[in-house]
Design a protein around this ligand. Structure first.
Ligand code: ZN
Length: 335
């Protein structure tokens, strides 16, 4: 019986033979489903946690519309577009799902772009866009409200005009380090706020000495009105606390007053600063316009650091798919 079929086989063109071979191979040896496929149900539930909705227009008038390559498809009755569980995520339309998972693993480990490009055999600019697609998606999830005692303080990063971090810059020699005492206007202030339950916010605030309005812009909406703000004696924080009507305790670090009443201090944020700085060193300066993405990345790693590696990878994948995000290369460039 099979010999009859095989005889017909020789009558096919070369490309038809190849297509048939691949089809048979796929039937006989189906690939081990990739991790994204295995996590699809979890991703779907995270994504549509408050009901099925169109990823393009938000309409809830959506129906299931068959499957394509074993992926469930949906059709929006309002805008007429169809989508699947991965549409408008960093992974939609990707030809290399197996590389995406590996990519996430390398992000959890905090690899630099040249290392990622080498390990995955992808171009360094591809590695760059993937990174920021994922980070934009993660960042779109925003921050939790901080409650109770909220420590806050800023730290500084050198301003970088680098368009992309692809170009390598030589590390500065020790002697030319610009760690001046004063705060140069070329330094970017990053405000960090953290409560005692571990919720944390780290965001770029502005250049030079940080102003109360800038503090308000980056953390204001995330601080619960009943919270107690704990900072150093800088007037900008005093002004900010007043502005928001927050209770406020200050510690005078300059006078070596580190802890007040045994409980008020800013050591958690200051420790966060130093871990952040150490972690950032590997990137040898990141472009200012991408700084918030790196801050979110580090924050994410901090919040998940007690989980097992496997779980961190899964969680980053799921979080990156949770919200509908449309990113093009052009958007990332002009961000
Ligand atoms: Zn729609």
């Amino acid at each position: 019986m099979w010999k009859d079929v095989y005889e017909d086989f020789s009558e096919l063109t070369k490309s038809e033979q190849l297509a048939l071979f691949n089809a048979m191979k796929e039937d006989l040896f189906p690939d081990e489903p990739d991790k994204i496929t295995k996590l699809l149900k979890t991703i779907r539930e995270a994504r549509f946690s408050s009901g099925l909705g169109c990823v393009y227009c938000g309409s809830t008038s959506v129906k299931r519309n068959g499957k394509y390559r074993s992926r469930q498809r949906y059709l929006c009755n309002d805008c007429g577009k169809s989508f699947n569980d991965m549409s408008n995520t960093p992974f939609s339309g990707s030809r290399y799902p197996e590389k995406w998972v590996k990519y996430i693993e390398l992000m959890v480990e905090g690899y630099t772009l040249p290392k990622i490009a080498e390990k995955l055999q992808i171009h360094i600019s591809t590695a760059f866009y993937w990174r920021h697609k994922i980070l934009n998606a993660l960042g779109s999830l925003g921050f939790n409200q901080l409650q109770g005692i909220v420590e806050s303080d800023e730290t500084f990063f050198r301003e970088s005009m680098k368009g992309k971090e692809i170009t390598h810059r030589k590390a500065k020699k020790r002697g030319e380090k610009d760690e001046k005492r004063g705060i140069s206007n070329l330094k970017i202030a990053v405000v960090v706020a953290q409560d005692r339950n571990g919720s944390v916010i780290a965001r770029k605030a502005g250049t030079g000495r940080v102003k109360a309005e800038e503090i308000d812009t980056v953390i204001g909406e995330y601080i619960h009105p009943s919270a107690l703000l704990c900072t150093d004696t800088a007037t900008s924080y005093k002004k900010f606390a007043k502005l928001k009507g927050l209770q406020h305790e200050t510690v005078n670090e300059r006078q070596k007053q580190r802890v007040k009443k045994g409980i008020y201090h800013i050591q958690h944020v200051n420790n966060f600063h130093s871990r952040l700085k150490t972690w950032m060193e590997r990137f040898q300066g990141v472009a200012t316009k991408y700084l918030d993405n790196y801050l979110y990345w580090f924050r994410w790693l901090e919040l998940s650091k007690n989980l097992a590696f496997e779980n961190r990878v899964e969680q980053m994948l799921i979080s990156a798919c949770q919200k509908s995000n449309h990113n093009t290369v052009e958007m990332l460039r002009s961000a």
